[in-house]
Design a protein around this ligand. Structure first.
Ligand code: AMP
Length: 193
């Protein structure tokens, strides 16, 4: 695993533990020899993560749409900053550059980015591992929603299993490394829908 994409909030949230988790994640990735891809911002947990990777001497690539760059909140110390035209282009490039995905606490943006890569995996567009860092129970309700979707058969077991969860960055990284894609190749027949 060479490069991991980290999605995270453009706010810091209220708890010190979110900031600590973003700092720790940056350090753990660098000490594991993994380069980081992220949204390129210098705000919220995104900025904390980037600062942590830079301070630890790691490599970090930001992918940012022109429109956000113009607001002058792109991080200035990245190894590489790729400026793209749109949010769609950004997400496609982040996914293409990365071997796995992690979501730290965040809002709609983080949720959308994470659910998109999980959906792409479910549909067989990639087979890369996807992990949620559940800091201080931040994602408990989302995880309960995924379990609910499984229970009421809007997801199959192999779809639910795409989402790896941990409250510890070392453990989450281990899970990503050991992940085996189990969604069957064959397309679901109409009867199964
Ligand atoms: P959220 O989880 O809603 O805070 O959204 C995180 C996402 O917000 C990022 O991945 C970006 O899509 C977007 N975003 C908001 N502000 C910035 C910024 N200053 N730089 C880069 N991306 C940003």
């Amino acid at each position: 695993m060479q490069r991991i994409c980290v999605f995270c909030g453009s706010y810091k949230g209220t708890k010190e533990s979110y900031v600590k988790a973003a700092e720790a994640m940056g350090k753990v990735l660098v000490s594991s020899g993994i380069d980081v891809v992220y949204g390129g911002g210098d705000v919220g947990l995104m900025g904390i993560l980037a600062d942590s990777v830079v301070a630890a001497g790691g490599k970090i690539t930001g992918v940012i749409p022109e429109k956000l760059l113009a607001k002058e909140i792109a991080h200035q110390n990245l190894t590489d900053l790729k400026v793209v035209k749109s949010m769609h282009e950004r997400k496609a490039l982040m996914a293409e550059l990365s071997d796995a995905f992690i979501a730290l606490p965040g809002g709609f943006g983080t949720l959308e980015e994470f659910c998109e890569v999980v959906t792409w995996s479910l549909l067989g567009f990639h087979r890369k591992p996807c992990g949620l860092l559940n800091v201080d129970g931040y994602y408990d309700h989302l995880i309960a929603f995924f379990d609910n979707a499984l229970e009421y058969q809007f997801l199959k077991k192999e779809h639910r299993d795409i989402v790896l969860v941990s409250n510890d960055s070392h453990d989450l990284l281990d899970q990503l490394k050991n992940y085996k894609y189990t969604v069957p190749e064959k397309w679901i027949t109409k009867a199964e829908f």
